[in-house]
Design a protein around this ligand. Structure first.
Ligand code: FAS
Ligand code: PHB
Length: 388
């Protein structure tokens, strides 16, 4: 088989890139190692920057999101049993869309099907070859037969544990990493959300986040040690701990119910530079990871797609140097989101070695935020998403 762009990974970034390239007249093939059902079974992000909404509109995949998504014009922050609101609308006339990543991915699958997009599922053992030549190719196995795709370019949309970044010689990559000494225990419950906006709570027992998917499906997180045994976290134990960490008004309004999904994810900040090696380009989690505190992971993958789709389109229109701009342009925005996600994480979480002084510093940071429109504007413009 031959195509112009071979995309490794059928998550949101791979599907979005394939769709946008198709609309630009550039053909691609997506290789996904799992089944479609497996990809759609993942519960991940919930907050879409407005830039992501725009990209889904450009991909002709935004209709259901506008029908079923929720516009949020602010978030609530809390500490020491006090909460306050950061009002995106009054501060910067902006907003975010609450719409689960699972739905984004399902809508992109549907959009690819409408245009007869080529997505190979259960493509095992993908291997990338001759990336530093003008004729790269990818091999993989389906139905026990080895397949080969010759292409002009390979794009790694295969996440943090994918094969693409691992295919780059270590000497050609510089990586930056910070592993946080805690994780997030996430729960999905068929209960009405505790509030009509997200609540990020700093508490001396640990961080808590109240989010949602719709008005009958809530998404909650509490900070936990990454090695906590899941059996420790019965539903009752989870709800009690969440209630302890919320300001009284929210704690009293909390509707408990059986969890439909529960897991612990580790938190790290990670960047691999450059996001290119020869004919291979890295996109999304394949190149960078953020702690979900700033709701940036999925949104950064989308802005990478914006920069790469633009560069590939310009390349095929004859602009020889267009592709050289992808990595520096994408990384400039990535690092600003890495910074913001690190700041939100270090301000809102309880660190194991944290003393009373550190706790008071965090609380005074939040008290300053509450008192300052300038500080809230800085948070708002980063949270809703910096310009592409
Ligand atoms: P993805 O990981 O979504 O997709 C990669 C795809 O590549 C997968 O379908 C995988 O099966 C496939 N793949 C991997 N290796 C392959 C190979 N060798 N061959 C073929 N296919 C291969 N972000 C937020 O903003 N908020 C959150 O709350 C949040 N929660 C998260 C929870 C978890 C458990 C994880 C892992 C991430 C979370 N994220 C969150 C971040 C997440 O949303 C990512 O940023 C987003 O999925 C990035 O999308 P992609 O880059 O497309 O990578
Ligand atoms: C979510 O709804 O899953 C979510 C929302 C905001 C975050 C992280 C996760 O910062």
């Amino acid at each position: 088989m031959r195509t112009q762009v071979c995309i490794i990974g059928g998550g949101p970034s791979g599907l979005l890139l394939s769709q946008l390239l198709h609309l630009a007249g550039i053909d691609s093939v997506v290789l996904e190692r799992h089944t479609r059902d497996h990809v759609l079974s993942r519960i991940r992000a919930g907050v879409l920057e407005w830039g992501t909404v725009r990209m889904m509109e450009r991909a002709e995949a935004a209709e259901r999101m506008h029908k079923e998504g929720f516009l949020h014009e602010g978030i609530q922050l809390a500490a020491a049993n006090r909460g306050f609101r950061v009002d995106f609308k009054s501060l910067i006339d902006s907003k975010v869309m609450i719409y689960g990543q699972t739905e984004v991915t399902a809508d992109l699958y549907e959009a690819r099907e409408k245009l007869d997009g080529v997505i190979v599922h259960e493509a095992q053992g993908a291997a990338l070859h001759d990336l530093d030549s003008d004729a790269p190719y990818v091999t993989y196995v389906t139905d026990n037969a080895e397949q080969r795709i010759d292409c002009d370019f390979v794009v790694g949309c295969d996440g943090y544990h994918g094969v693409s970044r691992a295919s780059i010689p270590a000497a050609k990559l510089k990586t930056f990493e910070k592993v946080y000494p805690f994780g997030w225990l996430g729960v999905l419950a068929e209960t009405p959300p505790v509030s009509d906006e997200l609540i990020y709570a700093n508490h001396r027992r640990g961080f808590a986040l109240c989010s949602m998917r719709n008005d009958a499906l809530s998404r909650y997180y509490i900070q936990t040690p990454t090695d906590d045994p899941m059996e420790k976290w019965t539903d009752a134990a989870f709800w009690d701990e969440l209630q302890r960490r919320l300001p009284n008004e929210a704690a009293d309004a909390l509707v408990k119910g059986p969890s439909v999904e529960k897991n612990i994810v580790p938190l790290r900040s990670f960047v691999a530079e450059p996001m290119r090696y020869g004919r291979l380009f890295l996109v999304g989690d394949a190149a960078h990871i953020v702690p979900p505190t700033g709701a940036k992971g999925l949104n950064l993958a989308v802005s990478d797609v914006h920069y790469l789709h633009k560069a590939l389109t310009q390349h095929y229109q004859g602009e020889r140097l267009a592709l050289d701009h992808y990595s520096p342009n994408a990384l400039a925005r990535v690092w600003k989101a890495i910074r913001f996600s690190w700041w939100m994480t270090t301000t809102m979480h309880r660190f194991p070695d944290q003393g009373e002084f550190d706790q008071r510093i965090q609380e005074s940071e939040l008290a300053y935020l509450e008192s300052s429109a300038a500080a809230q504007t800085q948070l708002a413009e980063n949270y809703v998403g910096l310009p592409y």
